[in-house]
Design a protein around this ligand. Sequence first.
Ligand SMILES: [Cu+2]
Length: 485
Amino acid sequence: MKREQLIVTLACVGASAVAALAFFRCDTAASTHGTKRVDLDSLPIVGEEEAVLAAPPQVPPPITRDHATKVIVRLEVREEVGEIADGVDYVFWTFGGTVPGSFIRVREGDLVEFHLSNHPDSRMPHNIDLHAVTGPGGGATSSFTAPGHTSQFSFRVRNPGLYVYHCATAPVGMHIANGMYGLILVEPLEGLPPVDREYYVMQGDFYTRGAFGEAGEQPFDMQKALAENPDYVLFNGRVGALVGDRALQAKVGETVRLFVGNGGPNLVSSFHVIGEIFDAVHHEAGAVANHDVQTTLIPAGGAAIAEFEVEVPGTFILVDHSIFRAFNKGALGMLSVEGDEDATTYSGRQDDRIYLAEGGAAQRVPGGDQPVSAEPMQRDELMTRGRQVFQQICAACHQPEGQGVPHAFPPLAKSDFLMADIDRSIDAVLHGLSGPIEVNGAKFDGVMPAVHLPDRDVASVLTFVRNSFGNDGEPVTPAQVAARR
Ligand SMILES: [Cu+2]
């Protein structure tokens, strides 16, 4: 962590130590927190410009202006079919054609002239409530827009920060659940401290007639929404929106700023990046920065600004740490960091050896009933132990009957991929498996983690899956596994 460096860049010249922590408002004109900061009369509106909007995960460039201006924002609502997961369609209602909607970036004191258009093909009227607005409904009452219409209203942005906007047309929950939310950043007068990368990530929960991954077009399910029981919890509106080729990118040594929002409609997010520590977090996107944060709570209809330097290369996983949402409902993204290893910060695996508990030549496998001996294993022993390992480890993803989950976890039942190549299946368990594969004609592109098991357990579980769920094949021996280590 290079916190000193960050704080120094964040602090303003002449600011006190306390003000340095509150860099969002550390210009000399700043008054105390919680009170109105600037007199808008002292910020005359000079000229006008069209807002540069950006689609997630990108954000518009920092503002370099040193004066307030009239910013014209034109945002179009479109109701469009999109993919919520591979092979699963959903009718999204969008601000600007994306979920979350276009990122808007203005400066404290600006006058925003907002034009909300509703595409003629829309079936619903829509409006917009921006949390950055001081005024009734956050703009909602002035922006109710029928299909094929454009409405206009204006507001001065008085408070710096990162604000959620969303549709507020009844039924409000349904409009938000269909993807109608986004972020507007109001930069403070002094601007934000420069960083190398800025990204836009926004969580939302989705409620579909079919269960997670069920193929075809899935309509919105009101009952599930009322029960707050989503099938999908997503970053940027799609399973895998920030995975693989679409992962966020950075290089070792760079500073990264994440503008993270939560559209809800229901869930709060325990936002976490696996393998990183946030050097600074503007919790609830407010003026005060907290430091050295592992997980930050983002309320529905709220946001946070998280900043960190990336010190080592690798893939860092963005999750909602309510962790079933990450691994089973889609709330998982990736930050891919390139560059040289830094062994001082992170060594990588240094050693892996058999651990013999004191006093015994035989090792007990956690959860196993059989002491591990050097005796060769009989087929029924492999099957018995294999069933246990399967139920404890593999069934969570591949499902109890090995049937898999469409578009997420490939089947082991009658799997042509599994049965074709013993060594390949040993490698999958020992070293993990990722990248596109085809199983029984269906494509998968997921990540199976390496499973840390002794040779005998790997042999057992593979013998079991190769002789269960309609499969019929040779047993796998511990010696075969040892040969692939
Ligand atoms: Cu709407």
